[in-house]
Design a protein around this ligand. Sequence first.
Ligand code: SF4
Length: 416
Amino acid sequence: MMNKTKPELLAPAGNLDKLKTAIAHGADAVYFGLPDFSLRLRVNDFSLSDIKKGIEFAHAAGKKAYVTLNIFARDKHLKKLRAHVLKLKEYGPDAIFISDPGIVAVVKEVWPTAKLSLSTQANCTNLEAVRFWGKQGFKRIILSRELSLKEITDIKKNAGKTEIEVFVHGALCAAYSGRCFLSDYFVGRSANLGDCSQPCRWEYEIKPKGHDKSLVIGEDMHGSYLMNSKDLCLIERLPEIIGSGIDALKIEGRAKSVYYLANVVGVYRRAIDLIYSGKSKKAVASELAFLRAELFEKLNNRGYTEGFMFPEGKDLQNYSGNNMLSPWEFCGQVISSTKTASGFELKVKAHNTIMSSSEIEIIGPSYQKASIDGKSMRDAKTKEPLIEAHGGGGGQVILIDSPIDWPTLSVLRRRL
Ligand code: SF4
């Protein structure tokens, strides 16, 4: 049974720019954390002061801010944790995502009234586990990615007041949601401490015991992808997922760029609003198919799967290659927009090469998009016309004309 209120859309944030972009494009909530205590260690630029700023920014925009403390900690981590939780208590995030009972104990001791959410890393796969964590004070459970929609629906129906959150988009692990030792084994970087080097995406060889030579397992010119999972994409299944009554839909990807966030958050925002718009099932299905095609064509991906939630197809693995490369490239982000006599002048920071002859698209909140004519492109300082702008060295700032007003943090892409 579909909830009267829309499910919350949660987006990842690997730094403050990503956090602001996710909110600008339609996220209801953002999640982020300090590198020491949260996953995605090497792609996480948050400092303690950024956490404070991120929470303040989200709250000023009327959105929720969640802080992740979801590593499986060693005692050395717990020693520093108390001081960190004291700071969080002062900053006031709306919830903390945790997977390790040791961290739960410390958070409860330092900040007993903190709202606790169980991280997917804890692999909660059944109703009794949901009830168990509920008794420990958890208000929300982020279910394991490995469940089917039928299992999720049954859990939600019987979970009482405990909120249920599920992943709908992003990378999948070949192992049980990150409980994997490949990276630790090969390069000493632990996935369970947020430092996975992604060996499931590597090429492999077979080495016979006692011999030096090895055999390349070759599937194509690049090698083999024995454990390379496709990316999760449940956009076309949202009506069924929302129909199960779940409370929150989550996007994976704290390592991903502002461009990725603008597209994925915008597409899911538009899809959720569409489902609640009262349009016919046929019209909704047709627009969701369009949005899925956009995600497939306009973003690099590993091929899409509907994962474990809809196991009928079981097409989880991408054996044929590592990446589907998009023919489009992120090229800029809007800094500001000024009204002119004939329309609007957009000030844009280039993130890659932009050519005046390029086919350019601009994407605003809720995946509203339009073509932009690059011929009006000029340098923001000299006002001289430009044939080419570049993203290197901090990114050239350019001006470009648009008949429509586009808000700050809209993104531009060009066809390669
Ligand atoms: S190596 Fe792959 S399967 Fe293992 S934790 Fe890392 S991303 Fe997941």
